[in-house]
Design a protein around this ligand. Sequence first.
Ligand SMILES: [Zn+2]
Length: 609
Amino acid sequence: MEQRNSSTYRVLARKYRPDNFDSLIGQEALVQTLTNAIELNRLAHAFILTGVRGVGKTTTARILAKGLNCIGPDSTGKPNINPCNQCEQCKAIQMGNHIDVLEMDAASNTGVDDIREIIDSSVYRPVSARYKIYIIDEVHMLSKNAFNALLKTLEEPPDTVKFIFATTEIRRVPITILSRCQRFDLRRVPMDLLITHLSNIATAENIKTEPEAIRLIAYAAEGSVRDCLSLLDQASALGANQITSSVIENMLGHANSNALLDLLQNCLEGDIQIALSSLKKAIDNGAEPEQIISDLMDFTHQASLIASNSDLPDISDSARDKLSLLAKLGIPQLARCWQILLKGYQEIKFAPRPEASAEMLIIRLAHTSPMPTPSEILEKLPKASTKTVGEPDKNGGLLSSLKDDEKTVNQSNNSNASTQEEYNIKKIVSEQSLSGKTGAENDHFVKPLNKENTPPLGNLRDIAEYCEKKGALILAADIRNYVELVNFNNTSLEIQLEEGASEDLPGKIMQFLNANTDQNWQISISDKPASPTLQEEDKQVKKKQLYLASKHPVAQEVSKAFPGARVIDVVEPTQSESLSSSSSIETSSFIANLEQSGLQKPRNRQEEM
Ligand SMILES: [Zn+2]
């Protein structure tokens, strides 16, 4: 504390800049290679250090320069990996005033003349040191001519000259230069190391910190030690005696993470008003809309990791509880949430009013979340019309059965249809309008939708999805890819296996079903004609959709207006779009990405209003 108030206060990043390789954290591989090279006396004339900002490139360059020139406290030492930091050479390099060690920032000296100076002086022997060392930072910024000039020296360097280059963008360094350098990649410092490092420094500096605050700093620094320490510096100035997570959140423009987790939960549960007011509160408290969305993406990512039983980095217990709750939504919904957020995040950057854009994004997310996933809607198809069970009609079976569905649902929807069903209807209506035909006349009743725990398993798709729901993802994928249905009768299945299926797949399916339902299942292999696999079926459906979309009047108009444009994808309309007037259903149900640069998607305008 006294130190902070004294006039000689040095920022932490400088004060704790490592002066030897032992204190350089997270770069063991680099240190090992360098040690070997020095011990075996296999030192190149030029080194190139690459890595993201703040991982220690310049620091490494200086330690290396010291190691190369160190003569030890008794002035008899040889080049070594552990410079003594006591001899004249070490001290002068440390202070940055060694006459033979020159540092240059290529970002501000890009020209050939700047390099010429170096080249001209490199022919003279070092004044006092073993080697003349040129450290060139951000070397990728040099001009082409400068590189060419440098190349000549690199090809035939004087024995007493060493170059140490550092760059954040190795790909911009010409290969002719790279091939003459010994290359070292500095990796991002892992979170746990950063956290330990920060905690140690905080303790040494007598800065009181909450563990969560340290975690937030380390996370924000993205593997950069320098950024970490700068943030700690800044926070200790702001936070007076105690650095809490809220100090860091304020500083970084983050909203309170617990509040944001609640926001996401509300949003995905469809509580738009609550979600919007939390958003407003967060923005009012100073959080940046862009940062909020980025945080929501992080949470979605973390919840998905939990949902797939993967390891999660250090997070607080309260956050973990909330994330576990989110994880229960399942991977399909989280994945969709991620996509919507990702798209919104890109839009927000260019939005004239980021706040409004963030609000729109939350509304979109809340409206989309209760909608069934594509696999859920496809699940309904065979159920709608019994004739399709077991024998999908390749010529438009999808759309004709959808039509039947629509008719049925229209008859029952005003009474007690669940929200889930309502959304299905909207999707069906819009898909049907896509086909450009009117509803069919015959009646079929949709089976009631799934009860909470024991969904009726009426076809192969039901089974595959039930597997997914229960977390048996590999089994589900095997069913989709390898099983061809011959016959499905209550709890007995006749199937064929595609080539490549494992022999025990039928056994595994049976085991799964018997363990997860209260019925007794039988599965037999048959050689009778079978319907295609679910995967094959889905492909056909997509093909059909694309074909129909390309024939839609709007698509025709677009391709007239923009020659060369073609439909490459069909996207489900969101709920709000489906709710709007019938003419806009027509338009919004056709949402095609146009493969032509600079082309606005037709619905973007609509969305942003
Ligand atoms: Zn020394």
